[in-house]
Write a protein that binds this ligand. Structure first.
Ligand code: SAH
Length: 411
């Protein structure tokens, strides 16, 4: 058997299991963790167990499930075996039979009794990280987690595994807290030669950029909305044409009041390749981060996200405020601090009740975050009294009271 060498370190390999028979004996939580990865590796999985967890049952179409106890003949044609029943006698039988047939076998209940160990695994781009910590699964998982975190946040650069082809990547950075930027957003930043960043994009992530990366701060471009947008379009197109990989880094999601699609069109018009990484939009994430759901069963069956940068009645406005007032669901207002009094008035005039609860979240998910609770009737006064400044999200509707029950408004 294992003889005198039980203390020798394992020899790591990457098994190429595509199309190869792998037998998993047992249908509990260990099998539930192993089977999806085996399916992912393309293995021809034979699952042997009288009972399996609901999650494994859900995978029944992707594996062959023998709904009975293990029989030695099940090992026929197997390249690799996982013995993961809750019965040590069965596991021992499986592992002994594998030893005899020279099939590598992992034994879930007794690592020393098997001929192979399952490493803690993580994947990043095209890279597979596998950690074996001498039969200490917590330790191996911990080291794996640290490596994965470092790869994701760029502390450990795996630039060679990233897509670095020239062009423009439009990246939504989430509402502000760097923890709420996606893994894809971090990868994109790590791959960039040039980053063109908005004021509302999570700034802390920019500190992590390597020194060679050119940072263009849009907040410092010449003023005036359309002039700025043209300057942005020009800079992203120009840098991409120089053969650089340009990340256009925005707050929230680039297509939610972010003028992102104008930049896509500019790239397309210039023949520059452009791709999109969606972001967590502040319109949903900021309310959620202070515990306010935009929908709730029996309370709101719709939510409407509206830009408040133009007041109701403005000739350029595309919003039917009377229709919004007649709807019963949640209204989420962005860029609306300045026009909030006029908007509240329009909603009241259209039929929303004066006591409709309102939450205003300024600088959501960021260090300066604060929430002001109000009502439609008192919103204008409350905003003024608390000196609320942009960026702020205004949530109107009964979902606010569901999350923050109590008395709204003044008096
Ligand atoms: N594309 C962004 C929105 C851009 S419009 C997104 O999907 O989130 C800018 C407006 O978004 C701000 O005026 C404010 O209303 C809102 N906003 C963005 N981030 C915010 C934050 N962290 N806290 C509060 N409001 C925010």
């Amino acid at each position: 058997m294992l003889g005198d060498h039980t203390d020798a370190p394992p020899y790591p390999v990457g098994l190429r299991l595509a199309g190869r028979r792998v037998v998993v004996v047992g249908g509990g939580h260990v099998a539930q963790r192993r089977v999806p990865a085996l399916i992912g590796a393309g293995a021809d999985v034979l699952l042997v167990s009288p009972e399996v967890t609901p999650a494994l049952e859900g995978l029944a179409g992707e594996v062959t499930w023998l709904q009975r106890r293990f029989e030695v003949a099940d090992l026929e044609d197997a390249w690799y075996v996982v013995a993961a029943t809750d019965d040590p006698v069965t596991n021992a039988l499986v592992s002994e039979e594998c030893e005899r047939r020279r099939i590598f076998c992992v034994r879930a209940d007794d690592a020393a009794g098997g001929t192979a160990w399952t490493p803690a695994v993580g994947r990043h781009g095209g890279l597979t990280v596998a950690v074996l910590a001498n039969r200490e699964p917590r330790k191996s998982a911990g080291v794996r987690d640290e490596i994965m975190t470092a790869l994701r946040d760029g502390t450990l650069t795996a630039r060679t595994t990233l897509d670095t082809t020239p062009g423009v990547v439009l990246v939504g950075g989430g509402p502000g807290d760097p923890e709420l930027a996606t893994v894809a957003a971090r990868h994109a930043l790590a791959s960039a030669d040039v980053v063109v960043a908005d004021r509302l994009a999570p700034r802390e992530l920019l500190d992590e950029l390597p020194a060679h990366v050119e940072l263009v701060d849009v907040a410092k471009l010449p003023r005036g909305r359309s002039a700025t947008q043209e300057a942005i379009n020009d800079v992203i197109v120009a840098r991409a044409r120089e053969g650089k990989r340009v990340v256009r880094f925005k707050g929230g999601d680039g297509f939610v009041f972010g003028r992102g699609y104008e930049e896509v069109l500019a790239c397309q018009a210039a023949g520059v390749p452009v791709s999109v990484v969606p972001g967590l939009t502040s319109s949903i994430a900021v309310p959620a981060s202070v515990g306010i759901p935009v929908t709730h069963r029996g309370v709101a069956h719709e939510f409407t996200v509206i830009s408040g940068h133009l007041p109701p009645g403005h000739p350029d406005s595309l919003v039917a405020w009377d229709a919004v007032a007649r709807m019963r669901g949640t209204v989420v207002l962005l860029m609306a601090v300045e026009n909030a009094p006029a908007i509240a008035e329009a909603l009241l005039a259209g039929g929303r009740g004066p006591t409709t609860p309102v939450a205003v979240v300024q600088e959501g998910t960021m260090p300066g975050e604060r929430t002001v609770l109000s009502t439609l009737a008192t919103l204008a006064d409350d905003l003024a009294e608390h000196g609320v400044r942009p960026p702020a999200i205004i949530v109107v509707g009964d979902v606010v009271a569901v999350a923050r029950p109590g008395h709204y408004g003044r008096g």
